[in-house]
Design a protein around this ligand. Sequence first.
Ligand SMILES: [Zn+2]
Length: 150
Amino acid sequence: GTQKARTGRLKKPFVKVEDASQIYRPFYLQLTNMPLINYSIEKPSSPFDVDKPPSIQKQTQVKLRIRTDDDKCGGFPIQLQLKEKKKKGYCECCLQKYEDLETHLSTEQHRNFAQSNYYQVVDDIVSKLVFDFVEYEREVPKKKRIKYSI
Ligand SMILES: [Zn+2]
């Protein structure tokens, strides 16, 4: 049954990319609508943006929310969503995929890497740079400075 499903022609419209030597799997793009250059959309929108007023409204709403967050007025639902959204990805140090960035950063494997001397290559470059900022002494907490006279 599966063999039948694997043969046939692609539904139009499509783009098919294949290496000429035919060693690798081809990959495809099949869309209901191929991209169309939209000159009528307002700058600086992408000419490939389809006229979607609702999504543009959403974007500005998010921006406004973030601004109010800075003012500490608090826009709670979107802010929470952004914070709680798990960041999937791939760790190039551990050569491992992860479902949640924060969780991965606290795994033993990653922490071992972070504290290892694998960053020597970075430190070697940093050591060639010139430090020319003003370096202040660490501020001593005020409580310790208070002298109690008895
Ligand atoms: Zn890692």
